[in-house]
Design a protein around this ligand. Structure first.
Ligand code: ACO
Length: 432
């Protein structure tokens, strides 16, 4: 296998090294291309650009493979818990029982937010989008850390990673409680990470029911499935911010903003809106799918399609099964699940979706589980953000631990006006 690619341009040849990953993916290293030839590469949306070498997550979009640190997502979703997967992603290996116990104890120890942070919540209007609150409050939490971490110090980093993971969940639940005008709950020491989230969101001072184990397990699985996904929009944002040596809190707060959009973490909400629209309007599924095909820029089949998966999204398979399982265990019936299943079948029969290799992604079914857990729709992307936190933390550290790391600074091809003489204000034509 050749490890050199040759580019010929204007009669000259340039040899470009080919870099091969551990799973045999290959990339042309163009880091000297501009220096040698004056050319840059142009790749709108970065569909063909490898922005880094990473040892965290592997995806084969053609075969529908997703592995965290080498472990298949299917096995992690079945046998692990979210804190275990978070440990794996952040520190590189599955924890031993002692390591996991220590990590869980750290999550419990750090789960409270500073009391004065409650006043910050009061400043938001009741209908403020929870993703805006989450991003702002993560930066606020960073202000309460007197010493920001030295990335190469293992103990400091571990402490800060645990603090962030623990507090993010407390912040997320508090934003929901404040938006509902409900008293903010304190986390409990006797509950798991995810059971605590359910408690923080739903316990009332006069009713302290135990969270349903089925729902807790389903939410835990959702977090596991969202925990990392290599160089997606939000993770690339975290890495971009990290490359300027910004601190962990600032970097993941930026990640939350990137995740917010409906083409990324906001898609789980958009799927439910779409299914509710179909149910309320009684619109036949074929007609809805036709509308999507006629104008996909304006009406997308939300929860379908993926930049990387061109076969199936392995997370969607797991989540679809979990969805059926949790509803049946809880004895719930959600008409949106039936619509989703039929819509999926209708789309997968249609040449438009077949030709473009569009399959359900992780968001197609996750919202139905969250509805079963009574999580309000504006909080769906927040759940995604809690799940994605370990991946962001792991990527932040990878950037910081890379001795060759440079500030991320892409180039561009300028297509605006060429140089023109400045016109003083008085000389400019009115109403132009
Ligand atoms: N519905 C209808 N058509 C679609 C859809 C969709 N959901 N997704 C892609 N297409 C079409 C495009 O119109 C395009 O068609 P064309 O070749 O005729 O122009 C073709 O499929 C390729 O689509 P792109 O937009 O180029 O794919 P891209 O990789 O840029 O986008 C994305 C991927 C954003 C996920 C897209 O599929 C989409 O918008 N899906 C719906 C939103 C969604 O579910 N987002 C969640 C993604 S997963 C995640 O973030 C966790």
């Amino acid at each position: 296998m050749s490890d050199i690619a040759t580019l010929t341009f204007e009669g000259k040849s340039y040899e470009l090294p080919v870099v091969t990953g551990t799973e045999h993916e290959r990339a042309v290293d163009i880091s000297r291309l501009r220096q040698d030839s004056g050319l840059i590469t142009l790749d709108d949306g970065y569909g063909n650009t490898g922005s880094c070498q990473s040892s965290i997550t592997f995806i084969d979009g053609e075969k529908g493979i997703l592995r965290y640190r080498g472990y298949p997502i299917e096995e992690l979703a079945e046998y692990s818990t979210f804190p275990e997967v978070a440990y794996l992603l952040i520190f590189g290996d599955l924890p031993s029982p002692d390591e996991l116990a220590e990590f869980r104890a750290m999550l419990t120890e750090h789960q409270f937010i500073h009391e004065s942070m409650r006043h910050h919540f009061e400043g938001f209007p009741p209908d403020a989008p929870p993703m805006a609150i989450l991003s702002a409050m993560i930066n606020t939490a960073g202000c309460f850390e007197h010493e920001l971490v030295e990335p190469s110090n293992d103990a400091q980093f571990k402490d800060q990673a645990a603090r962030l993971l623990a507090k993010v969940r407390t912040i997320a639940a508090a934003s929901y409680r404040m938006s509902m005008g409900l008293p903010v709950n304190y986390p409990r020491a006797d509950l798991s990470y995810t059971a605590n989230l359910v408690h923080l969101m739903f316990s009332m001072p006069n009713s302290y029911g135990e969270p349903s184990p089925e729902l807790v397990r389903a939410l835990d699985q959702i977090f596991i499935l969202h925990a990392d996904h290599e160089q997606n929009c939000s993770t690339s944002t975290v890495r971009m911010v990290a490359s300027s040596q910004a601190n962990l809190y600032a970097s993941v707060a930026a990640g939350v903003c990137a995740l917010w959009g409906p083409l990324h973490g906001g898609a789980n909400m958009a799927v439910i809106e779409m299914l509710e629209h179909i149910r309320a309007s009684g619109e036949p599924l074929e007609k809805f799918v036709q509308k999507v095909k006629d104008d996909p820029r304006h009406t997308r089949l939300m929860g379908f399609g993926h930049r990387v998966y061109k076969n199936f999204d392995p997370r969607a398979k797991i989540i679809k099964a979990a969805c059926h399982q949790v509803l049946s265990k809880l004895g719930l019936k959600d008409p949106l699940l039936d619509i989703a299943v039929q819509l999926e079948e209708t789309a997968l029969r249609d040449p438009y979706f077949i030709e473009r290799k569009l399959y359900p992604n992780v968001d197609f079914y996750s919202g139905i589980i969250m509805r079963a857990a009574r999580i309000p729709m504006p909080m769906f992307p927040v759940m995604f953000a809690i799940g994605r936190m370990p991946g962001w933390i792991a990527n932040w550290r990878e950037v910081n631990m890379n001795a060759k790391s440079r500030i991320y600074r892409p180039r561009q091809i300028y297509v605006g006006p060429t140089a023109r003489p400045y016109v003083k204000l008085a000389d400019r034509v009115q109403g132009r």
